[in-house]
Design a protein around this ligand. Structure first.
Ligand SMILES: C[S@@+](CC[C@H](N)C(=O)[O-])C[C@H]1O[C@@H](n2cnc3c(N)ncnc32)[C@H](O)[C@@H]1O
Length: 548
């Protein structure tokens, strides 16, 4: 049995469970009876015990990372011996242990690792657990205890320790995810104000706390350093994080991306990613997956270098290098209906053929009736307001209330109806203004009604599907479901005017009127791709496979 070295820890601050486990580890280290890997396991479990003590880890943004995940990320950033590492929201220090292990096995001394390890947490108890864990680790790998004085109780978003500025080779970790759309995790008004003062316009009202940690890390890392933080996938698509994404892209673009998926944490089912940022701007991005069965790959940044597009490419959506002339908003108005209209409609829908003295004003269109360039009215039974219909029509009293008569008038015009939550953009044309849409269909009204088939052809195109999948990839739904909002569709890319777009518009028209087969869709896809300047068979085949 060796002599017991002194641990620099505030023991009374530690939870009882952690103290008991730590004493057991100390005994194992003194007796040298346990295998070192088992002792490492026990050191790592101190963090899990701390996490269990927290009343609501999700609301505190304190869901700890499993050690194998921290190890994976440390390997992906290619951490070298001699580099300094900081976790700005370290919890019990799992990333710091993974980083210490890596540098130790590369030959760096424990004393030097201790000097080059920094971390912060706002929770003083977690800081004590992290200090304890790191000291026990140093004892395990060395001959005695080395203290880790760079671990502090601080909020690096507001008050980073002064000696932290631009001083770390690597910033790594899993900062708190505090979504601002849920009351459980919204930040206090004073804090929001402080963040605004520090980060200006980048600290938008609804931006997730984790995106701010990415931003703050840019000030802490050295010029040639690396930042790698686990974040919720939603910040890749959220409008509130767009200013931060664009700023980061300018200063420290993504050179790698780790795709975690939804099963990284046991306590919270949240889809996560870890962008790897470095100062060198590269034409491609390395992609790593948490799932071992998925091999690493590389994706080109392409014209559309948005984070959503990079993720979509990583998930198999072809990249879009199309000739884009305009956005949809310059040729049409895009709107979504309001819930009230749905409730009003729900009392005025009947099966066709049964109306008596009231006025039939048009066919009801629902998401379930819309397939790509196919309107299934009368062909497919559909549910609306808990009832089933084959040919639902809207029947109204002679004088509908004012607000609805105005709404109806605006709806009874030539338009395109777009279904959401699909695998490609599914839309149909209503040339004569005969269809009454119900939410959540999106309504596109062309400025020039003669262009309605052109716009429908563009929306229904393979490019349209790839664009929508890229937009959707960043929402956390994955790239397999296209969920579009009207505001996103405003930015839909349109091709250049020309004979190919004209032909595609004619083909779209004949598919909707006469019905489509795989061949007609393929012919349509080829022509509209050419209108976008694309000759790529891969995109066409990807789109065919996604068609319902
Ligand atoms: C998601 S946990 C992850 C902890 C650790 N990095 C891990 O991966 O296991 C986030 C940690 O951030 C801490 N935290 C929350 N807000 C913070 C802030 N503003 N500054 C520093 N730490 C914060 C929480 O106490 C929690 O320990």
């Amino acid at each position: 049995m060796g002599t017991k070295p002194k641990l620099k820890v505030n023991w009374p601050a530690l939870p009882n469970s952690v103290r008991v486990e730590a004493e057991k580890i100390v005994t194992d280290l003194l007796n040298k009876t346990q295998e070192s890997e088992l002792i490492l396991e026990s050191i790592l479990s101190l963090g899990r015990s701390r996490e269990k003590e927290l009343a609501d880890p999700v609301a505190d943004g304190a869901v700890y990372t499993p050690y194998p995940v921290a190890e994976q990320l440390v390997n992906h950033i290619d951490l070298q011996a001699g580099q300094s590492v900081c976790d700005p929201a370290m919890g019990a220090g799992v990333f710091l242990i993974a980083a210490a292990e890596k540098r130790f096995h590369l030959g760096q001394s424990i004393e030097s690792i201790a000097k080059q390890t920094a971390g912060a947490d706002i929770d003083a108890v977690s800081v004590e657990v992290a200090k304890l864990s790191m000291q026990l680790w140093s004892w395990l790998r060395g001959t005695t205890v080395v203290s880790f004085d760079g671990l502090v109780c601080a909020d690096p978003l507001i008050n980073p320790p002064t000696d932290w500025v631009e001083s770390f080779d690597v910033i790594i970790g899993n900062p708190p995810f505090l979504g601002q759309l849920k009351s459980r995790t919204t930040r206090h008004k004073n804090r929001a104000e402080q963040l605004k003062q520090i980060y200006g316009k980048l600290a938008t009202q609804y931006v997730d706390e984790s995106a701010l940690f990415l931003l703050a890390s840019l000030n802490l890392v050295t010029q040639k350093g690396t930042v790698c933080l686990i974040v919720p996938t939603s910040i890749f698509g959220a409008a509130s994080a767009r200013p931060i994404r664009e700023h980061i892209d300018e200063v420290m673009p993504m050179s790698g991306l780790w795709v975690g998926g939804r099963n990284v944490f046991t306590e919270a089912k949240v889809d996560v990613l870890a962008p790897i940022l470095s100062s060198q701007r590269k034409t491609s991005v390395h992609i790593y997956f948490q799932k071992p069965e998925m091999s690493p790959t590389e994706v080109k940044r392409g014209n559309n270098g948005s984070w959503g597009a990079i993720l979509a490419n990583a998930l198999g959506v072809p990249s879009i290098d199309a000739v884009i002339d305009k956005e949809l908003q310059s040729e049409a108005t895009v709107t979504a209906d309001f819930r009230d209209a749905y409730y009003w409609l729900s009392e005025r829908v009947e099966e066709d053929g049964f109306q008596t003295d009231r006025k039939k004003i048009g066919k009801l269109a629902t998401v379930g009736l819309v397939d790509p360039l196919t309107f299934n009215h009368g062909k497919k039974e559909v549910r609306f307001a808990k009832k089933k219909y084959l040919e639902p029509v809207v029947v109204i009293e002679n004088n509908p209330p004012n607000n609805f008569s105005g709404w109806l008038k605006r709806r009874r015009v030539p338009k395109i109806l777009v279904a959401t939550q699909t695998k490609v953009i599914e839309c149909v044309v209503d040339e004569i203004g005969d269809l009454i849409p119900s939410t959540p269909l999106i309504i596109i009204e062309p400025t020039d009604p003669n262009k309605v088939w052109h716009l429908a052809a563009a929306l229904s195109s393979p490019i349209g599907a790839a664009w929508a999948a890229s937009e959707a990839a960043g929402t956390g739904l994955g790239a397999n479901t296209v969920r579009l909002r009207a505001s996103q569709l405003n930015l839909f890319p349109l091709p250049e005017i020309g004979s190919e777009w004209d032909t595609a518009a004619d083909l779209a028209h004949s598919i909707q009127i006469d019905g489509g087969s795989e061949k007609t869709f393929r012919d349509f896809g080829l022509v509209i791709n050419r209108a976008y300047g694309i000759e790529d068979d891969g995109l066409l085949q990807w789109w065919i496979n996604r068609l319902p």
